[in-house]
Write a protein that binds this ligand. Structure first.
Ligand SMILES: Nc1ncnc2c1ncn2[C@@H]1O[C@H](COP(=O)(O)OP(=O)(O)O)[C@@H](O)[C@H]1O
Ligand SMILES: Cc1ncc(COP(=O)(O)O)c(CN)c1O
Length: 299
């Protein structure tokens, strides 16, 4: 089964309230014209920055069941596969099995892997997930979108300069992925975070104005927008990065401003930091490029 509409299978978390995982990724993909089938690895009341977290995780047998149903009904043809937050090495190994099945159906399947493990020097999934990403999952991905901390974990290398970042990117390419995107690094300053993307010997840097708050779900939104624009621009890395970051910048700024309208000073609670994705539907559909990516000179 094939058609001109791109079809994504997205395996990520679900939250009842708020925007992370599939809640953050599915709507933008749909708005951008993708058919999205999604499986929820967990169903939590909220994401993990809240005080109380309640909910269930999908068991591997249950995941198997869902995939079996798709296969038996022959609705398992996808152009894209997207994975994010997973909590156990076993569930990641299952994702690899699923990927192999999907590639049998479509050898050109594009796998975008966000190796979600942590941020700012801290892991928020169990540590035994690292070797599975590093040695099994990342080598099979077409595109990976780690943040600085995740890229450092996967390569065992430290990033203190742009030079380090480029070495890390090279080490990540050597593992397998043709396209490597560092969604955010701390190589900028207090006002700016730097993103870097690399494919086929070309690298771009993008300087992202920092908003003074921490957001959750931005990595998941980044990966879905990157997948969408990578397809829609026919693999034009500069345009993909610019559309992705320009959209995120509007959403993050709008979320921050609305939160500050309610609470002018002090730390913003998680419920006021939920991404304003729905309210920015028009921007997602038609982003204005407000931030340009700069090509890094060849070595
Ligand atoms: N505080 C912030 N200020 C501005 N942009 C942000 C901020 N936090 C996240 N973003 C946007 O979200 C994207 C994803 O970054 P990040 O949330 O660090 O990824 P991850 O969740 O993988 O750590 C960044 O490229 C940036 O565009
Ligand atoms: C349930 C869940 N899903 C996904 C994420 C990942 O969020 P982000 O996009 O900010 O990396 C988190 C963050 N801890 C989470 O709690």
């Amino acid at each position: 089964m094939s058609s001109d509409t791109p079809r994504v299978l997205s395996i990520q978390s679900h939250v009842v309230h708020g925007y992370v995982g599939n809640k953050s990724a599915v709507f933008p993909l749909q708005v951008l014209g993708f058919e999205v089938d999604f499986i929820n690895t967990v169903q939590f009341s909220t994401h993990t920055a809240y005080k109380h977290i309640k909910g269930q995780s999908l068991k591997n047998e249950e995941l198997d069941d869902l995939i079996d149903g798709l296969t038996m009904n022959e609705v398992d043809y996808y152009t894209h596969f997207l994975t994010g937050y997973s909590r156990s090495p076993d569930s990641l190994k299952k994702i690899v099995e699923i990927l192999k099945k999907l590639r049998e159906k479509n050898p050109n399947l594009n796998y975008v892997c966000d190796p979600v493990m942590g941020d700012n020097g801290k892991m928020y999934v169990p540590e035994d997930i690292l070797p599975v990403y590093r040695d099994i999952v990342v080598p099979l991905a077409d595109v990976i979108t780690p943040n600085q901390f995740e890229a450092e974990l996967i390569t065992g290398m430290k990033m203190n300069s742009l030079q380090d970042a480029l070495k890390i990117i090279e080490a990540l390419h050597e593992k397998g992925p043709k396209t490597v995107v560092l969604s955010s690094t701390e190589l900028g300053d207090e006002y700016c975070m730097i993103g870097i993307a690399s494919t086929a010997g070309v690298q771009y840097q993008i300087n992202i104005p920092k908003v003074d708050a921490t957001f959750t779900g931005t990595g998941d939104l980044f990966a879905s927008l990157f997948l969408a624009w990578w397809h829609k621009t026919n693999n034009n890395l500069k345009l993909t990065l610019e559309n992705t970051i320009s959209t995120l910048q509007i959403i993050v700024k709008d979320t921050y401003q609305k939160a500050r309208d309610v609470q002018p000073t002090g730390k913003i609670p998680p419920q006021l930091r939920e991404l304003r994705i729905i309210q920015n539907k028009n921007i997602i559909e038609n982003p204005k490029i407000t931030i340009n990516a700069i090509e890094l000179s060849p070595k």
